[in-house]
Design a protein around this ligand. Structure first.
Ligand SMILES: *[C@@H]1O[C@H](CO)[C@@H](O)[C@H](O)[C@H]1NC(C)=O
Length: 154
């Protein structure tokens, strides 16, 4: 992925440069200019995302909350739908996030969860995750869930 780094310099201005700048600023306030919008159009070739990629991530999550508040609580009390931000801590995606619309249905064999976005290497992300309950302890609510994530990003 190509990254553009910009450096901004603040050279010390000579007094004549300062005068010209001041004159320019004054002029700019007096002379009516084109209305300045809140947004601007960017050239997608220069600023836009690069080549779209499809990544497949798969991993197991041991779904227990540490301490006295086990997942059983969470499964029972969690809202039906929840936006979950997952921070990746491995490999080249370390620090990138994926936002998933999570559905509380641990007894379903296969859940499909939409990916709503992301950050870092997952900017502009969209896709879906297949969550399969690999192991579920109905007493404690502990679960091991296998995730297969298919994500389009740039
Ligand atoms: C992930 O990034 C964090 C913070 O930059 C760093 O402390 C950690 O060691 C990294 N982990 C891996 C597995 O690269």
């Amino acid at each position: 992925m190509k990254k553009e780094t910009r450096e901004i310099y603040h050279p010390t201005m000579t007094s004549s440069a300062r005068f010209i700048l001041l004159a320019f600023l004054l002029l700019a306030t007096v002379v009516p200019s084109k209305p300045q919008g809140f947004s601007e159009d960017l050239d997608p070739k220069r600023h836009g995302p690069g080549q779209e990629k499809l990544s497949h991530l798969h991993f197991y999550l041991h779904d227990t909350l540490a301490g006295r508040d086990p997942t059983a609580m969470r499964v029972a009390k969690a809202p039906l739908l929840q936006l979950v931000h997952n921070v990746v801590r491995r490999g080249k995606y370390n620090g990138s996030t994926l936002s998933v619309l999570w559905r509380n249905a641990p007894l379903e064999d296969l859940r499909e969860l939409p990916i709503l976005g992301g950050s870092g290497l997952f900017q502009f992300a969209q896709g879906y995750a297949h969550a399969r309950t690999h192991y579920l302890d109905i007493v404690t609510g502990d679960a091991i869930v296998k995730y297969d994530v298919y994500v389009l990003h740039y």
